[in-house]
Design a protein around this ligand. Structure first.
Ligand SMILES: Cc1cc2nc3c(=O)[nH]c(=O)nc-3n(C[C@H](O)[C@H](O)[C@H](O)COP(=O)(O)O)c2cc1C
Length: 320
């Protein structure tokens, strides 16, 4: 171990005006409101944590079954169950502040006005560090994903939220589109500070004995290692299209998985489904990144972002 390098190693990254201690963020819906994990993980050691999606009002979500295990992943149709923004501010934020957590709040709306109202309310709340706009949940019928599936819908919601907040605005993009990079570009043009991707892929699973869908909602969102190669490709495409930071996620379960995203162009990464398998993954990611940087003589994560070398592969292709 090169202790001199370790002491000067800089794991921090910047998302707009927000500085994260390291690039590892807990993904929305897979880490509760953060406090549920506080007994197992020191929240101040994470780069950040994204809350479960919040509407203005509490929501029940869908009835069971809401989760199905699939090969190398899972399908969920929780239906954005949540406590609503007012209870989050009253009951969760004060304790999250005590834990010195970097709080990114995932907001959901059925209408554009709801996103704006949520952004206004959260901008006045102490301890909120950024807003992630959930315009990509595949499990609810109203609002949300209808914005995220359309370049103009994305532009409208991001620019409306931009006007009412100085917090970093991070629209979360859906992979359920043909050209995710064009949606990222619209988000950038509308004033987003970063984009995050991917949300889950729309899928379904069937019980062949009963011939019924396994999920009460019939369809659900696929997450976990099964989606990782597609998510990495989408992050790479967005990196090549926009100048704002890209936050990558989809099936990260080890430091090498996270490194794939960072090398493809992600400034930070989110970890979702892996929390259900290994709640202690965070220290492994942190230590793994440090030892990778030490091995490759890299002093700062920024030196790694988007360093994918395609030149040799392209040369081989041309000469064959
Ligand atoms: C059970 C569950 C609940 C989720 N809830 C939300 C949510 O409330 N808001 C959101 O934007 N994404 C939500 N997601 C999507 C994740 O944040 C993430 O984008 C996706 O699962 C891909 O990452 P992963 O493969 O690491 O899980 C949820 C995912 C799962 C598995």
């Amino acid at each position: 171990m090169d202790w001199a390098l370790l002491n000067t190693m800089d794991l921090s990254v910047s998302i707009g005006s927000l500085r994260l201690r390291n690039p590892f963020i807990a993904a929305s819906g897979c880490f509760g409101y953060g406090l549920e994990y506080a007994g197992a993980v020191d929240l101040s050691t994470l780069g950040g944590l994204v809350s479960k999606g919040l509407f203005l009002k509490p929501r029940e979500g869908h009835p069971p079954e809401r989760i199905v295990e699939t090969p190398a992943g899972m399908l969920n149709a929780i239906g954005l169950q949540g406590i609503g923004v007012h209870r989050y501010i009253a009951e969760k934020l004060p304790e999250l502040r005590e834990h010195d957590a970097t709080n990114i709040v995932n907001i959901c709306g059925s209408t554009l006005d709801e996103y704006v109202e949520l952004a206004r309310i959260l901008s006045d709340a102490e301890g909120v560090h950024a807003l992630e706009l959930n315009i990509s949940c595949p499990n609810i019928k109203e609002g949300g994903i209808t914005f995220g599936c359309s370049p103009h819908g994305t532009f409208d919601v991001v620019s409306a939220v931009r006007k009412v907040t100085t917090l970093p605005v991070i629209p979360k993009l859906t992979p359920n589109v043909t050209d995710v990079a064009s949606i990222a570009k619209m988000a950038e043009d509308a004033g987003a500070d970063a984009v995050s991707l991917v949300n889950t892929f729309l899928g379904m699973a069937i019980d062949v004995e009963t011939r019924r869908p396994k999920l009460s909602n019939i369809v659900g969102g696929l997450s976990g290692p099964a989606i990782r190669p597609i998510a990495v490709r989408m992050v790479y495409e967005c990196r090549n299209r926009v100048k704002i930071p890209v936050i990558g996620m989809g099936g990260i379960a080890s430091v090498n998985d996270a490194l794939e995203f960072i090398i493809a162009g992600a400034t930070a990464v989110q970890v979702g489904t892996a929390n259900f398998v290994d709640p202690f993954i965070w220290s492994k990611l942190h230590d793994g990144l440090q030892s990778y940087m030490e091995r490759h003589r890299i002093g700062s994560v920024h030196e790694l972002i988007g360093t994918l070398d395609t030149a040799k592969r392209e040369k081989e292709w041309v000469s064959s």
